[in-house]
Design a protein around this ligand. Sequence first.
Ligand code: NAI
Length: 293
Amino acid sequence: REHLRRRDTADAWRPRHLHVVGAGVMGGDIAAWAVLQGLRVSLQDQGATPIAKALARARAQFERKLRDRRRVRDAMDRLIPDPAGDGVPHADVVLEAIVERASAKCSLFQAVLPRMRPDALLATNTSSIPLEVLGADLEQAERLVGLHFFNPVAKMPLVEIVYGPATSDITLRRAAMLARMLDKTPVTVRSHPGFLVNRILMPYLLEAAALFEEGVPVETIDRAATDFGMPMGPLELADTAGLDICLSVVESLSALRMTVPRSLRKRVDSGQLGRKTGRGYYRWPRPRRLRGP
Ligand code: NAI
């Protein structure tokens, strides 16, 4: 699929409206980032609180980045809280960033796809669920594509464009076009455990967890990594991504003989999911620190 890397000038499709379902760590930040790149974004969640928190986070980010009050107001006008999903029939792309559970994502797709415009893309931010699983019972699985952003969205340039057996070439090309419009660097990868980045990243996180279980303090492990030159230590990174998300990724990699560390399973089972819950490998002063671009 090398030809898909080329810029597509022949296709007149230009996304203007993105509908994001799931206003948590990722959905909220993707929505804010897309607004900053000029898109109109409707943001849906099953709860009112995540939408309100995402909007507050977005406003803080816009104020830091845009400074001018009028520009901040214009940006906020393009970010539409949409608890009922009214934006779905108007959107060029519907992107889900809900809980990492295949059954939840599949029922969401069944509900939204019939309401979407015929040329709109259906995208998933899943970090671990194979596209063939998500598309298995979908009428038009050729419209489903992975758009895997990384955390924090405003800082991470890469987006994995993930294709399953049914994903059409036009869907893939348009997903890559959207990533470029969002000022991100798309890399096209086949749906495979860990896709590309997490397959490389997870062994590093697992060794850090193993060291921790052998009695090395978290700060010592992370300090070695940051002194080495990494922007953040592996256990802080795990807490930041969310330990529930890390667990799903490691489980998806079990086919590659990676096993779940005890310390990770224990924390997830007791609701210690990292930064977003105030406790993971570290204790965090408040649920999730706000991060700027
Ligand atoms: P999160 O737990 O912070 O947010 C999930 C949000 O989805 C919550 O606000 C929840 O209320 C909402 N939600 C759950 N089910 C819903 C439904 N049926 N309809 C509408 N809203 C619903 O999760 P996070 O970390 O943002 O992850 C979301 C997705 O992004 C997952 O698929 C995850 O694998 C993926 N991802 C996460 C990364 C991370 O670093 N946290 C990085 C890259 C991808």
